[in-house]
Unconditional design. Structure first.
Length: 73
């Protein structure tokens, strides 16, 4: 199970109800380009407030990380 609080603490990102794309990349410990690709492909839900400002809801981040993301061991 993905622990959002622990991942945020390790990444130095405050726990919130939504995350920017760069913050989501830090929390998931993946390149920014990977998060952008997942959002573009529809695998990771996001809310677009403008062309450049997008937020990923915390629930979507946890669901994605739990179901689709497996960190390297």
């Amino acid at each position: 199970m993905f622990d959002l609080s622990a991942s945020c603490a390790a990444a130095g990102v405050p726990v919130a109800d939504r995350f920017t794309v760069p913050d989501a990349a830090r929390v998931l410990r993946v390149p920014l380009s990977a998060v952008r690709a997942w959002v573009k492909a529809g695998r990771l839900a996001c809310v677009a407030y403008s062309r450049r400002l997008r937020f990923i809801p915390a629930e979507a981040l946890v669901a994605f990380a739990t179901d689709a993301y497996r960190p390297a061991r």
